[in-house]
Design a protein. Sequence first.
Length: 194
Amino acid sequence: MLLVITAHRLPAPIIEETTPTPSQRATKARPQIPELIQAPVKKTPSVADQEVRVVISENTRLSLMHLRTYVETGEKIPFAPKTDVKPDEIMDRLRQVLSSRFRNVSVLNEGARGRPTNGLTMLFDLQAHVGMTSGETNSVVLSATFKDGSGHITDTITASGATKVPYPAWRTHFPEALAAAFTEFSQKLSRVRW
């Protein structure tokens, strides 16, 4: 034990360092950020960043014209109740459904030429029938074919809705068939991944 107490202590090693210059001190003061974080992050475009150009088919134009004729005919009948068929609301509903998914929505008639787009083009087809008497079926079938900027078909969605004209036929219940078709269309559209 006496030997351990009297043992000679060795001096600590001497390490020589150079004195840092002022620019080296400033560099040390800043925390170093990895280059991965400093590089700008490239975002892949999401569906919400895309635009969609809707082309209305000839069949859609004829269906809307048929519905307008139905409304005008009903308005000419004396003492007839006001119809619940509203053809102009169909395109408004389509815009509303698409606007919830896409940044920009533009609607064209079939054959109309719009400016070229890098986004999607959707060919929209509507088949609608309004029952005239009690027990007849109201039906709505929506179809949308999506094409990318190079014209390749990326997806097709179809949806439908149907109701019966009640007795007495004071109302058609066509809006319910239309709502069912657009609800199904919206659900299917939300599942599509481009």
